[in-house]
Design a protein around this ligand. Structure first.
Ligand code: SF4
Length: 603
């Protein structure tokens, strides 16, 4: 097999290993091949920046670009001069940044150091004496990888340069292969099986042209999905060795990264209209629970790290009965992050918490029914509020973004919801309010008739790639379109309401208690009178319990009647309206949800 070095360039997170390199390392071992040498360019760049700026540009600055730069291709831009010439995209990005409120000083410092850094990487990679160098590229790793690949090929023309990873999915991989002559091969799709197979074929064992997903010479093979039983458990020895020896370890705590499933079971049948996350690999495949638990067990014991990021796009529902209770039974102090669907019950959220899940990303996206329907999200606003409430009760951190800009959405659909946001200040606010961007692979991208007929590669890519728009069309992930839905002016009240929510959350609680046979709603929310609302009437108490699940007025009346409690819908409706005025219920689309949590998590 060719002597192989795998490279993970900036802007991979500094606190965790590359899952791709970990999986490929272990896939090679499984197939009886020597594991490739690993080169962790993200850690190396953070060290380099610290050293060359005498500590002025820190790993925190690196992390800021890594975490927020993608919509503007900032990380790619830092390396664009190395690929295309020093001044390439300089003025254009400065002008773009001014229009988007992006501070450029630190980015300029990073860009000034990109060329010497690439030289260093090339020296260090060549020192590993490789015959093949593979780059794993996702998000903003394209241009940093291309910068190194170009110089590697210049210095050692007989070297084979291979690209793989999310940025190579579908037509993007074929375009990368076509447009950059120093890229010898692109391997598209999940590579647990194809990467070892390619290495063997390059060694004369099998046909290179038959490797699924490969772009090479005239071969453009379709990718193939990996079944759960063949998904490799990652091996992170290489990364932890590099991290422990790095000055970066003085700035960030390490965490593990694992995957329990690939694809999305919701998107298989109801693809959310804005989402391109799963690329060409939507089919949902979860590892057997016992396999996943053993992986976590092994990694935690080996590396003595309890923070675990699960990168799945959605939790496998069966794990709530299998893997998660099993993890809980181990009695570890795990801190897991999981992406989930926002239709979990309070009991299921407690299962998550007991297993050590401290942070979830439930894809809340909006609290407006009409907009949720437009995005094909499959939940109502009251369901989303229920998830926020139950996560608050369980002490789970919720990461979510409020999305707007959907074709057909109307200002009037937002009005009643925005008016109610002050009642939610005791629940976790969104991290941001964001106009959706058109993503490759999303239904909005695939079907222009859904509302985005005109599209062009996102402007920032012009300052990153020296390629014409018709070529970028195949190569990039984000696209500019004419704005749809709310105008920026119309979105103003939403921004303001969420700004207030964010400030008031820290000092707000609204908690339900049962005390001496009565229900007490203890209201300590900013912006509301300090009050203990007491529900003594058995009908009110029973109705409140129903409202904790999210019900219509008719639904509550029917359930009360089922247990012999009569309350006319009109009278009940009046009571519900009173509770709404006091901010104790949230209502949308004819449904009501009780807002009080069952406990107040420490802030
Ligand atoms: S947004 Fe989430 S639930 Fe919807 S298709 Fe994408 S990954 Fe699946």
């Amino acid at each position: 097999m060719p002597r192989t070095t795998l490279v993970c360039m900036p802007w991979h997170a500094l606190s965790r290993p590359s899952l791709a390199l970990g999986v490929l390392s272990s896939a090679c071992r499984r197939e009886g091949l020597s594991p490739p040498v690993e080169y962790h360019g993200g850690l190396r760049f953070a060290e380099f920046l610290l050293d060359r700026t005498d500590g002025v540009v820190t790993p925190f600055d690196y992390a800021a670009v890594a975490e927020t730069g993608f919509p503007h291709a900032l990380g790619d831009w830092v390396f664009a001069g190395v690929v295309n010439g020093d001044d390439f995209g300089l003025d254009g990005m400065v002008d773009y940044a001014a229009r988007h409120g992006i501070a450029m000083r630190t980015l300029r410092s990073m860009r000034d150091l990109a060329a010497p850094f690439v030289e260093l990487v090339v020296d260090e990679v060549l020192a590993t004496d490789p015959e093949l160098v593979g780059f794993s590229t996702t998000f903003m790793q394209n241009v940093p990888s291309l910068a190194v690949a170009k110089q590697l090929k210049h210095r050692k023309p007989e070297l084979t340069v291979l690209l793989g990873g999310g940025n190579c999915d579908g037509p993007m991989g074929a375009a990368l292969y076509r447009e950059f002559e120093f890229v010898d091969m692109v391997l598209r799709g999940e590579a647990d099986e194809t990467f070892p197979r390619l290495l063997r074929a390059l060694d004369g064992d099998g046909e290179v042209t038959e490797v699924p997903g490969l772009c090479w010479r005239d071969t453009i093979n379709p990718a193939r999905l990996v079944p759960p039983a063949r998904m490799s458990a990652p091996n992170f020895e290489g990364w932890f060795g590099a991290f422990d020896a790095s000055v970066v370890s003085r700035y960030v705590e390490p965490e593990l990264v694992v995957e329990s499933a690939r694809g999305c079971w919701w998107g298989e049948h109801h693809h959310c209209t804005f989402c391109g996350l799963n690329g060409t690999s939507m089919a949902f495949r979860a590892k057997p629970a016992v396999t996943f638990v053993a992986e976590v067990d092994g990694l935690v014991r080996q590396h003595q790290v309890l923070d675990v990021m699960v990168v799945d796009n959605i939790l496998a529902p069966g794990y709530l009965r299998t893997a998660l209770p099993e993890l809980a039974s181990r009695g570890w102090d795990l801190r897991l992050h999981y992406e989930v669907k926002a239709n979990l019950t309070g009991a299921q959220i407690e299962v998550l918490r007991d297993a050590g899940v401290y942070s979830v990303q439930p894809g809340i996206e909006s609290l407006v029914d009409d907009v949720l329907a437009r995005m094909n999200k499959g939940v109502r606003a009251v369901r989303n509020v229920r998830t926020l409430r139950d996560c608050e009760s369980a002490g789970l951190t919720v990461a979510w973004n409020w999305l707007y800009g959907f074709p057909g959405e109307r200002e009037e659909d937002y009005k009643a919801v925005i008016d109610q946001l002050p009642a939610l200040v005791h629940l976790q606010p969104p991290d941001g309010v964001t106009r959706i961007q058109l993503e490759r692979f999303s239904p909005y991208f695939e079907d222009p008739s859904l509302g985005f007929p005109d599209r062009s590669p996102a402007e920032a890519y012009q300052y990153v790639y020296a390629l014409p728009p018709e070529t970028l069309q195949d190569l990039v992930y984000l696209f500019d379109t004419s704005p749809r839905g709310l105008t920026e002016h119309q979105a103003g009240p939403l921004w303001m309401a969420i700004e207030t929510w964010t400030v008031w959350y820290a000092t707000s609680t609204l908690v339900r208690k049962h005390i001496d046979g009565v229900t007490v709603l203890r209201d300590r929310r900013a912006g509301w009178p300090e009050e203990d609302h007491v529900l003594e009437d058995p009908r009110e108490q029973r109705a409140w319990a129903e409202l904790e699940c999210g019900r219509s007025a008719v639904g509550v009346a029917r359930r009360l009647a089922d247990v012999g409690l009569r309350w006319s819908v009109n009278d009940l409706q009046r009571w519900l309206s009173e509770l709404c005025e006091r901010g104790l219920l949230f209502t949308e689309g004819g449904y009501y949800i009780a807002l009080a949590t069952t406990s107040a998590a420490p802030r």
